[in-house]
Design a protein around this ligand. Sequence first.
Ligand code: NAI
Ligand code: MG
Length: 494
Amino acid sequence: METTVDYDVNQAALDFIKQSPKSLLIDGQWVPAVSGKTFAPLNPATAEVLTHVALADKEDIDLAVQAARRAFEHPSWAGIGPHERERFLGRIADLMETHAEELATIETLNNGMPLAVSRWLVAEAAKVFRYYSGWPTKIQGNTNPIDPTGFAYTLREPLGVCGAIIPWNGPLFAASWKIAPAIACGNTVVIKPSELTPLSLLRLGELLLEAGLPAGVVNIVPGQGSGAGNALVEHPDVNKIAFTGSTAIGKQILQASATTLKKVTLELGGKSPTIIFPDADLNKAIAAAAMGFTQGSGQGCVCGTRVFIHESIYEEVAARIVQIVKKLILGPGLDPATQIGPITNAKQFQKIKDYIAIGMEEGCTLAAGGSQAGTEGYFIQPTVFTHVTNGMRLTQEEIFGPVGVLISFQDEADAVFQSNDVQYGLSASVWTKDISRAHRVARALQAGSVWVNTIFEMDAIFPFGGYKQSGLGREMGEEAITAYTQVKSVVVRY
Ligand code: NAI
Ligand code: MG
């Protein structure tokens, strides 16, 4: 690991983080937790405490849900037209762009990801608000055929209070996927960031108020999953839960939501394939494959953690991926030289080290990395295992770390079979210049997103979500408008 060098750090971000303890945003006010408890998010590059944050629990969730319900019915929100909602969303996007460097710095300090990645994700998050700022005036019902004695039409209405629960790997981006379509449709929101990474969302909360969003439309309540998270899922006055996180907790949330029959969307884990055919542009394919499992230290649901390489080019491609991975520069996310930041938290750090040990036990060949790096913070060397088969724990289970496995395949059918032979189905990256093969494989893959000759294409313009155990429902695009509304049929007899 490189040692720290001198670089400028955005002062507004440092000033924001210094204000301590931070409060919950409930009903347009910054308030302490009812219990008075706080917790201390860390900088994963140093494992040092950044600041203190009010810890929401059941009582705070109840207050936030009550505020969201009042806001949902209040004339300042329920009584405004779609043009007004468009203006709010546009102002939020403007403010995120104005404060992009500050938001990105806060994200990097708390999550660890390199500043370049944070900048990209903040820009994408602002784009999600920008995209949904165009929707409110286009949310329409239909007139339906009926006999001449009457008239039938549909109204597309908001759901009410939407609970959002997001993880620590890309907080602002994940939050934008939920807040933007929810409020575009006229809902109100109670959002619980991860207890590990609440800071960027608390700054977003200030910007939401600056944008003039009425009190209670968005409430931000950092807390533990077992406390605040569970209370939100079980609350009888919450109409929908949108969750991003582990498949295991997603299943628990679906079960817990059943008692009050909430609408549920789940964005869960992945074990995504990157498939390299012999006719691919190998320079691009190899660069993308290496980035696929190392970007964000592999802590992304869409990471391309299983790389399938045609047997005729396996040795060459594997050697070149290993070569790239070995040269990646580890360091604190704020250092402009850094390509790979720390793991976001101690628990995840340990989990990755355990999986590397499992890979060794399973007899895979360790071709790069394999160890923790440095003496402070949670750094793990980007790691590559070669001569791996698809049936191992290393290949079947989500590690959520910078660990790639390189697997060979015989032909197209074998590549598709192995790619699909996993419980997950979130995304896939396919590398070939054969246009027929590209479309054939895209259809055959069981994944919610297929990227041909590219990777990590996520845009508010089109839907995103999982096949199989990678999720339930879709976010983004027009699909999210459907997911945050319900349809009423009205029949009038003359
Ligand atoms: P997690 O699924 O436990 O946490 C995600 C969010 O859910 C957090 O805000 C957490 O506070 C909340 N939560 C936890 N338990 C809850 C409950 N019973 N009710 C309501 N909310 C609850 O993920 P965790 O433990 O941080 O990471 C474990 C593994 O999950 C990772 O190693 C990774 O494999 C996977 N993961 C996948 C993510 C993805 O984007 N697909 C994101 C984060 C984790
Ligand atoms: Mg957990």
